[in-house]
Ligand binder design. Structure first.
Ligand SMILES: Nc1nc(=O)c2c([nH]1)NC[C@@H]1CN(c3ccc(C(=O)N[C@@H](CCC(=O)O)C(=O)O)cc3)C=[N+]21
Length: 297
């Protein structure tokens, strides 16, 4: 079998289009413009590019983008002060603090200082707890994007065996919660799992987010499985150029999978589209308006 390639780029463009339609209506009917504040501490070049892309797409969807660039030596008190101001600002509906933060800053403390209803990353302890207990939450963007692509590919996920490789708070754990909510039988595997290939070969749905280039090979894939590759590993080739590869060995895996996401052009673009969707959702909730049902889990 040769897998269907799930076009995350096209899917993301469709999501952004739907967000833009909702935003246009919010403006016209309610006189509201969603606003997303992005906070970047320090000057990591990769982060700069990524933050610039987010800003562009935010504006293209008709939303306001507020960028806050702080020097690497910003103190915790200064950063918490900015978050307080953004929490109190009625024009800001979503706040994203770009991770990782410089090591002298306490990431958990900073994230938990964001007002949970403005936490468009879904990283706040309150949102994680709500997701885990089936309450309405802000859902992390990457798992939300993966869920949308899985539902689009498979229809109902009920009863499927889902294996999530990776147990991070930002992808693995919330992904497992979302799959469980959709009535999958969920296994969370990780770097210490014994006989990973056997565990993975049981998966109708395989979501990989371990950050190890091409750890998952064809040998790990059940015939016809749907494979979602969250990995983004930048490798330097012999000629000095860099290339982006996932956590899945794409060529081999697509000989067995039923459908698979590429890297780049798979999960990455969906993450940003879902950030915009979450900002729209946060705006609707802040104003007691009906939520965009097609853009929330
Ligand atoms: N608070 C916080 N929230 C985040 O969501 C967050 C973060 N911090 N820190 C950094 C990571 C990284 N991240 C990416 C999302 C999309 C692409 C993306 O769209 N990639 C494209 C192109 C990649 C390329 O060619 O460089 C693709 O996969 O096709 C990349 C990276 C979000 N992050």
């Amino acid at each position: 079998m040769t897998a269907k390639i799930i076009d995350g780029k096209a899917f993301a463009a469709n999501v952004r289009g739907r967000v833009a339609d909702h935003v246009a209506r919010l403006k016209e009917v309610n006189g509201l413009t969603p606003g997303l504040a992005v906070v970047l501490v320090g000057a990591d070049p990769a982060s700069e590019v990524y933050v610039r892309n987010k800003g562009k797409q935010t504006v293209a969807a008709g939303m306001n983008s507020y960028k806050h660039r702080l020097p690497a030596e910003t103190t915790q008190t200064e950063l918490l002060g900015l978050i307080d101001r953004l929490n109190a600002d009625p024009d800001v509906h979503g706040i994203l603090v770009q991770l990782p933060l410089p090591t002298h800053l306490d990431e958990a403390l900073v994230i938990n200082a964001i007002a949970p209803q403005k936490d468009v990353d879904g990283f706040h302890i309150s949102n994680a707890g709500k997701l885990a207990t089936g309450q309405k939450a802000m859902v992390p963007c990457t798992p939300l994007g993966c869920l949308m692509m899985l539902r689009d590919t498979l229809g109902s996920l009920a009863g499927k065996n889902a294996v999530v490789v990776g147990r991070s708070n930002i992808v693995g754990k919330p992904m497992a919660q979302l799959l469980l909510r959709d009535s999958c039988t969920v296994t969370i595997a990780h770097s210490r799992t014994q006989d990973l290939a056997t565990v993975c070969r049981n998966a109708d749905i395989l979501v990989v987010a371990v950050g190890r280039p091409e750890l998952i090979t064809g040998d790990h894939i059940k015939q016809g499985a749907v494979v979602i590759d969250v990995g983004m590993n930048r490798l330097t080739r012999d000629d000095g150029k860099t290339k982006l590869v996932g956590d899945v060995e794409f060529a081999r895996a697509s000989e067995r999978a039923g459908a698979i996401t590429p890297v780049p052009g798979g999960v990455g673009p969906m993450t940003i589209a879902c950030l915009l969707a979450n900002t729209l959702t946060a705006t609707c909730r802040a104003h007691g308006l009906p939520e965009p049902g097609d853009l929330t889990p």
